[in-house]
Each structure stands twice: as structure tokens, then as C-alpha cells.
Ligand binder design. Sequence first.
Ligand code: PEP
Ligand code: MN
Length: 335
Amino acid sequence: MIAVLKQGTDEKQMQNLIDWFKDQGLDVHVSRGEYSTILGLIGDTAKIDIDLLQGLDIIESVKRITEPYKNANRKFHPDDTVVRVTPDVQFGGGHFQFIAGPCSVESREQVQNIAAEVKKAGAGVLRGGAFKPRTSPYDFQGLKEEGIHILEEAKKKTGMPIITEIMNANHLPMFENVDIIQVGARNMQNFELLKELGKIRKPILLKRGLAATIKELLMSAEYIMAGGNDQIILCERGIRTYETVTRNTLDLSAVPVLHELTHLPVVVDPSHALGIARMVKPMALAAAAAGADGLMIEVHNDPQKALCDGAQSLTPAQFADLAQGVRAVLDAVKR
Ligand code: PEP
Ligand code: MN
């Protein structure tokens, strides 16, 4: 349920109402917009008498929210959420960012080389997998903690914030200096992991599961937000369909749909969606035109020798060309 307050309601009256809701066992989420303040009520609102509420002096309107995701719902928070990674690197609310780097951290030289290149081309965040979720247990599983240290060194050298994937909540202490924690597609519904990430105050990039609906993605975001962490970036990375020519099917419609349903920023990862390097740029351009708040692109200095996902990795020069094209699209659509 949401209660929209009348303009000019003073803090004391609002606080009295919040206390009253809390006495009824409800959680209250306050969203202060430019024109109105909205109280979002979470919990069992069945016992709240809507007519009584509507009759209060300070109430403009009351509405029941039927969707099971509350915190993530745009009705609770009409303004875009801006995820602030650093003062210069933000996602959402008109801020667009490139996240770029290798699929996996392979060596110090590899990461430093790629970091310098993608930074030059305009990337705001450096990516690299240290813990890799691989389909086969015999494939390269990542450099693990050493991989995170290599990313930290590249961060020190370039000043770029870093993102890397977590697969186990017990590993959280290793992520102390990681700026954005990635939850991969395979863990989108690892609810115990999501609950732990709700307890921390660090941006989370939540990837859509291989066969997850948009509403399931929002429910996973809700798990994190229910714990109090509202710094979440959603990521469309392709879903599994009957099509086999591409690795997955990029569901670009998720971008405008999510923007309508939620206030959280949405980035697109065309690398894992397509799985084919030459097809990454056209879909990156399309994602920018569709309203994405950022792009995640895999870049490798020597894609043919990559230990993971070489076929979809761009060279630094190809990434620079993609970034230039995306900026032209953003300009053309006046974003
Ligand atoms: C990744 O970004 O490295 C990754 C494993 O992606 P996804 O979880 O989308 O498959
Ligand atoms: Mn990858």
C-alpha cells in the first residue's frame, strides 16, 4: 500500500503517521520526490482501514500495491534510483556507464593492460571474474582470492572502481575493496546469498537468470532490498529460448519494461547474450537506444587465448569503436 502525503505536510505530522503504521507492525519506506512524499507500507496491510486513512488531513491519496515486489516497485519510489559507486561513477537517473574488462582475471599483466585500454576508451568500471561459475568442473574456475587482489591493484593504478562476481556469501570478507558485487545469472535465485547481500551497504549488480521472468528478477532484487540495501543495478544478459544461433536471446524489451516497473537502473550485457564478438556492437547500440543505463562488455587483449568466453570478447580497439558508436546513439536519442 502507498500513502501519498499532501504537499506542505510537516515532518512532525508525517512522523506521527509513520509511528502509527509501525505500531501496526508495518515497515515504512519514505520516498521524498520533488513534488510529493510517498509512504510505502510493507507487511500485512489487510488490517489498515483505507477509508480511515483517506480521511486524514495530511493524506492526498491511498492505493494498494498488488505486485509482490514493494521496495523495487516504481509506485513506491517514482524517481529513478541513482546508484552511486563513486562520486564520478553513477548508474541511473540519466547517468550512463560502461563496465568493461575480461571474462576472467587471468594474470596481473592481462588485467592491467586491459584496464588501461578500456579506461582510455571511456569505461567507468573495470570488470573481471575471480570466481567463475563454469558449466564444466574441468574448466578454468578463476584465480579466486588472488584474482580479487589483481583487480584491486588495477583499481589502484587506474582509479577505476571494480566489479566481480560472488558465488558464496562466506567469501564476502574478500570483497571488502570491491566496489560493485556481481550476482551472476546462475545465482539470481540463491536466496540465502541475496539475503546476505541485503545486509551490506555496497552496490550490487544483479543479473537476470537464464530462464527467469522479469518479475522473478524483481523479486530477487526485493530480497536484497528487504534487508535494507537499495543500491541495486539490474542486468539483462539474455535468456534461454528455442533459438540456438546465439548463446542466449537478448530480451531488449526488458529495458523499457523494467523502467516502467521499477526505479532501479538497468544495464545490458550483450556479450553473454550473443556469445559472438561481431554481434556485440549492434546490440550494444540497440540497448543504448532502448534506454539502458549502462553496458557490460567483455574485452580481452588476446581473445583467441582467453581462458573463458574468448568467442564473445572484443579487443580493446573493438571496444573503443563500440563506445564511440554508443555515445553517438546516446546523443541521437538525446540522453
Ligand atoms: C559474467 O559476467 O562473467 C557471467 C558469468 O555472466 P552471467 O552470470 O550473465 O552468465
Ligand atoms: Mn563471461
